[in-house]
Design a protein around this ligand. Structure first.
Ligand SMILES: [Fe+2]
Length: 282
């Protein structure tokens, strides 16, 4: 099928010279666009079901096998609980419909398709309604251990276990509400908080440093190195430092923030934003 919706890939993207891969990316984007067109008309369409090939199911299996093994040692308990409850079949990329059955019944969150990159404010506005934008394409088969952008491995293995936890969802939605009302110049600060917590956060658990960040949880290399202070600079969690710390999303992270516990990070995020934007009275 020739899609009407075209996704631009950089020249150095692993799938740039693969016409079949690019055609599928365009088709997935087109299906997401149609989904949102129906939503905007007031309809309730099913989330698109993508036709993955056996090689792509194999990439999912490869990534799941690596991540599940390493997460036992380097991920917080809440993530491991999320994996247990989600019961991902490692032989087959799950549909968002299957994932939503478990996710929505647990915390009310729904994964919704996204056609391409979206602005932060748009992402947060959706999250405030407990709708989490999820990619549906998978990384290119030539490079199963690396993706230059979020893919379905990142969104399902990284984000959904977090979204199965009530207290993580609560802090995420506080941040999302803050992003919908804050001045434009504050958005970058919220992006930094999100980045250094829900994407790459570290915390102590039973005396050991573990991660609860989706970026770390969807890359074997990051999941391995993030807890090692010889490879990554570990800085004590401090919201005031975080909002002033820039990051480069395209590289392995050189510096991460470590909180006393996961609850400590979540409490700090919520109390800082609730006070700054007067959220409790709004
Ligand atoms: Fe992410």
């Amino acid at each position: 099928m020739q899609a009407d919706f075209l996704i631009d890939l950089d020249h150095d993207h692993p799938g740039f010279k693969d016409p079949e891969y690019r055609e599928q990316r365009d088709s997935i984007a087109e299906q997401a666009t149609k989904y949102w067109n129906e939503v905007n008309k007031g309809n309730s369409p099913d989330v698109p079901v993508i036709d993955y090939d056996p090689i792509q199911h194999g990439i999912w299996k490869h990534v799941c096998t690596q991540i599940f093994e390493k997460a036992k040692y380097n991920a917080v308990k809440e993530v491991l609980d999320g994996f247990k409850q989600l019961k991902f079949d490692i032989d087959k990329i799950p549909t968002l419909l299957e994932v939503n059955k478990k996710l929505t019944s647990k915390t009310g969150v729904k994964m919704v398709p996204v056609a391409g990159l979206i602005q932060s404010r748009h992402f947060f506005a959706s999250l405030a309604k407990k709708e989490f934008y999820s990619t549906q394409y998978i990384r290119h088969s030539s490079c199963p251990d690396f993706t230059p952008e979020p893919d379905i491995c990142h969104d399902l293995l990284g984000h959904t276990p977090l979204l199965m936890d009530e207290k993580i969802v609560k802090a995420s939605t506080v941040m999302a509400h803050a992003a919908t009302i804050c001045p434009e110049e504050d958005i970058v600060q919220l992006e930094r908080i999100y980045w250094f917590t829900f994407e790459y956060g570290l915390c102590y658990e039973d005396g050991k440093i573990k991660t609860y960040g989706a970026g770390n949880l969807s890359s074997y290399a990051d999941l391995t190195r993030c807890v090692n202070p010889d490879l990554v600079e570990h800085v004590d969690f401090d919201i005031q430092k975080i909002i002033k710390t820039d990051y480069n999303p395209t590289i392995q992270q050189p510096l991460l923030f470590v909180s006393k516990s996961l609850s400590h990070a979540l409490d700090e995020i919520s109390s800082y934003l609730e006070e700054k934007y007067d959220l409790k009275s709004s």
